[in-house]
Write a protein that binds this ligand. Sequence first.
Ligand SMILES: Cc1cc2nc3c(=O)[nH]c(=O)nc-3n(C[C@H](O)[C@H](O)[C@H](O)COP(=O)(O)OP(=O)(O)OC[C@H]3O[C@@H](n4cnc5c(N)ncnc54)[C@H](O)[C@@H]3O)c2cc1C
Length: 399
Amino acid sequence: MSHLTNNNTYEYVIIGGGMVAGYAVNGIRKEDADGEILVVSKDADVPYERPALSKKLWLDDEFTEENIKIGAEGQSNVTFRFNTTVNKINRENKSIQLGDDTIVYYDKLLLATGGEPMTLDGPDDPHVIVFRDWSDYRKLRQFSGNNKHVVIIGGGYIGSELAAALVQNDTQVTMVYLENTLGENQFPEAITAEYEDAFKKGGVNLVSGKKAESYQRDGDHLVVALDDGSQITGDTIVIGLGVSPRIALAKASGLKLEGDGIAVDEYLQTNDPAIWAAGDIAYYPDKILGKQRIEHVDHARNSGEQVGRNMAGAHVDYTHTPYFYSNIFSIAWQAIGTLDPSLPQVFDKRENGTIVYFLKENRLAGVLIWNVTVDLDDVRNLLENPPAKDDLVGSIKEK
Ligand SMILES: Cc1cc2nc3c(=O)[nH]c(=O)nc-3n(C[C@H](O)[C@H](O)[C@H](O)COP(=O)(O)OP(=O)(O)OC[C@H]3O[C@@H](n4cnc5c(N)ncnc54)[C@H](O)[C@@H]3O)c2cc1C
């Protein structure tokens, strides 16, 4: 599967082998049965669903690693180059340069390079995992359980989901984060209290309002140094400090950037008609929310499939407004738009949960669905045609 053919010329070349790449291959195949596709990926694995790495694979015994594959590897005429970095794009002769200096020519190019995870000062160590990939999941499986102690740095999605997952898998967990209350950057105060409480009740040791500055190995253990001079000792460290968009290749080749991403139009096409971008790196015009960049799976899946179809000639607008979500212990939440607790909010209490409406300049800007089951298209319609503030409560039906 890894030989370059056709004088190193492909109709479709995809840089990145993550979620967008997987869905884009499937999208291309919906429109074009056999055009040659090359996927060049720094990863070692075929495209897979990342969200399962911090959730379902830990919590559902019936769900195995085989279930996370997107299926792009099963399509015809697809070649994968794994463990390979693209170092350069030469737009003049429509080529890319791989890490081993091989030159590959494209007819149509997709940038799907995702986000680069932030890390922490300290030596390379097999027990320090900057959690992002399938291989990180495999390592953490090996290093957790048996009452081992994992120190998680960061209380965002990955940190909090892994804290909940590990503590339910016979592992001691300490989670360190900057916020005074977990979730306070996204959720209203009334909700953060319930959220943090779920972790306490679940048995996670919470260290709030502290910055992890560095780590060191000390014999069999790792020691994390915090900004107040204190230390936490554990067997393994997991770093979940967020990502920054990988746009260096686009920048160096002179493609138009906007916001902190790669500028694309409604077809997910860059200012070079032979180059597209989607997923975490794309700054795109959302039909309802306006121009934005969003690092979430619903967007990766939908923009990935749409961009693949468009590269193969469909030329259809990307009109899907993505939602985002997380599942922690018995809490399940979903959201569309802006979650910003500094904005005015309207609370809509339901039997088992709450819907929170966030208002910007008196107009609905975001909706948080907390432990309530709704049709997300109703939320999209509400954001597109918001009623007056006083009519928000009760405006979304429960399913
Ligand atoms: C553990 C985890 C859990 C998540 N859970 C959720 C969730 O519950 N809900 C949610 O909405 N989102 C979640 N996400 C986010 C979601 O997975 C991402 O938004 C999505 O993967 C983005 O897809 P992408 O293709 O843009 O980037 P990625 O999937 O990150 O793929 C990028 C690819 O590009 C490759 N690459 C980068 N640079 C180069 C280069 N120069 N040469 C070759 N290859 C390169 C990388 O190796 C990788 O293969 C989660 C992410 C992780 C890591």
